[in-house]
Design a protein. Structure first.
Length: 245
């Protein structure tokens, strides 16, 4: 009896299912024990991949909770790519619906941060514009200008102190987080991703620009609290802008 790929995959991810019929030992007997060992090794490997992908969440919830949560996650969201560096992309949505994590409502946004850090690290290289290219634009042209961003750039507004929580769990002697909204810019100006705390107005402006809106539109969306000079200076300083249109 031939085992189909779908049968094998279903049995691999659901420990309540028996080994697929047709899997046999060299002596012809059903390979149940060998399949159970393989199934366990796959689950352990995927869990370790999630621990590596979300070290801050792992630290926040502890080993036992994280491993139990990973067991649920990997059965709901098996890998869709052989590249484990991309595994875990559904974690923010998963954590929003995962009842045992309801007491830590910021975990979903922390997953977004950790995914952004990983994606920023693996993003394609990009050549930033010369700062003079922006400074030389006349004001009326500047307002109609659209920006192209380096692939490593991510803007992450949150109703929780995600920047402070991340720093408190990754940087020695970093202060404890105070429960308040924070926005973060994740970039890769050189070799490693960098997190920068930004204002809510800057986050709104940058997000609008990344959606393809002209600077004038982005400024209107950000409102009167926007410090345009500081926001543009930050984007230029972190090599975020790769082209002007």
């Amino acid at each position: 009896m031939k085992v189909t790929q779908s049968q094998f995959r279903a049995g691999l991810l659901d420990p309540s299912l028996p080994a697929p019929k047709g899997l046999a030992n060299p002596d012809g007997a059903q390979a149940s024990k060998r399949f159970d060992v393989y199934r366990n090794n796959v689950a352990v490997s995927l869990t370790e991949a999630l621990i590596a992908a979300f070290p801050v969440i792992y630290k926040l919830v502890g080993d036992k909770f994280f491993r139990a949560m990973s067991g649920v996650y990997l059965r709901k969201h098996p890998p869709s790519s052989p590249l484990m560096m991309y595994y875990g992309d559904k974690m923010p949505q998963f954590l929003r619906r995962f009842d045992p994590a309801k007491s830590l409502p910021y975990l979903s946004d922390m997953a977004r941060v950790e995914l952004a850090m990983r994606h920023s690290y693996h993003a394609a290289d990009a050549t930033p514009i010369d700062a003079q290219a922006l400074a030389s634009l006349a004001p009326e042209k500047l307002m109609g200008t659209k920006f192209t961003f380096a692939p490593a750039t991510h803007v992450l507004p949150s109703e929780f102190p995600t920047y402070s929580i991340y720093r408190a769990n990754t940087v020695a002697d970093a202060p404890k987080a105070v429960m308040r909204p924070e926005a973060m810019l994740v970039t890769r100006p050189q070799f490693d991703p960098k997190q920068t705390l930004i204002s809510a107005a800057s986050a709104t402006c940058i997000a609008s620009l990344m959606e393809g809106n002209a600077l004038g539109v982005a400024m209107t969306a950000a409102g009167n609290e926007l410090d345009l000079g500081a926001t543009l200076g930050l984007l230029l300083g972190l090599n975020c802008i790769t082209a002007l249109t």
